[in-house]
Design a protein around this ligand. Sequence first.
Ligand SMILES: [Zn+2]
Ligand SMILES: [Zn+2]
Length: 290
Amino acid sequence: MSPASPLSAPSPAIWNERQQRAIKLLARKPQAAPLLEFLIDLLDLQRGLFVWAGAEAWPGDLVAPADTYPRLRLETLPGERLGPVFSKFLADVGPRATDVLSEIAQTVQAKGESSQHRLLESWLTRQNLEPLGQEWGIDERALEFFPRALVQPIAEQLALRLGPVPEAWKEAFCPYCARPPQLALLRDETVIKGRHLLECSLCRTLWPFRRAVCPHCGESKAEQVQFHSSDELPHVRLVECQTCGAYFKSVDSRMDGLAMPFVEEIATVELDLWADEQGLWKLQPNILGL
Ligand SMILES: [Zn+2]
Ligand SMILES: [Zn+2]
C-alpha cells in the first residue's frame, strides 16, 4: 500500500469513543473493573499504533489484488519496522497490564529483539504458539496477547482503507485478514433494518452473515441455536450452538445506540463465566484472552 492510496488514513476519533464507552461501562459494571481499567489503558497505546500505522508507507504487496482473499497479507508485515515498535509496546504495556501479563511483558522484553521477532513472526504466520510458550515457560494464550494487541490497530488501519466488504462475501471468517469473528452485531442501516453482521476479532471489519446460524458448524435449526441475555447489559446476548458447543456474543446496537461492540463484549465477562460452567467453548477469545 503506497502513500498514494485512494483512501486517506482513517481518523483515530473512534479510539476515543471506545475509551469513553469503557469508562461509562466501568461505572455500570464494577465486577468487570480490572478488565475495563486495563482496556482503557490499552486503547491509549493502540490509538498511538493506529496513528503510526496510518502514517507509514507500507509495501504494496501487503494488499492482495482485488477479488483475492484475504486481502491483507499480514504475514508480510516488515519485521524490521515492527520490531522496534513491538519492543516499545512491551515496555509501555507492562506497567499498565494485569500482574500476569506484566510479568510476561518483562520476560519477553528481557529476551531481546530476536526472540521478540520470533514471537511476532510465529503469530503473524498463524503458527501454534504452544511450543514457544513451553520453551519460555509461558502460557501460550497469555503470550498471544502481545502480538495480537500490537497488530490489531495496524490491521484495523489497513482494513479500513479497503472500504466495505463486498456483499457477495458469505464466509464465517474475515475477508480482509482471515481471522475468525469476535462477535455478531445487529444494527439498523439506511436500507436494511436489523442487519446482522459479524465483526472480525483482529481488524474489526464488519461483514453481513446469516442470523441465528452458527459461524463454526453452520447449524441453523432454531432449536439448536439458543440465546442468553446479560441482566445488566440486555443488549448483549450470548449465542450458543447446541450442535458444536461453540458460543459467541451478539450486540444489539438498536437497543443501545452508544454500544461499542468489542467493549461490551469485554464488559460482559459474567456471560463467559456462565458459558464456561456449561462446558461451552468460545468461538474466539477476546483481546484479553477471555
Ligand atoms: Zn479481519
Ligand atoms: Zn455450531
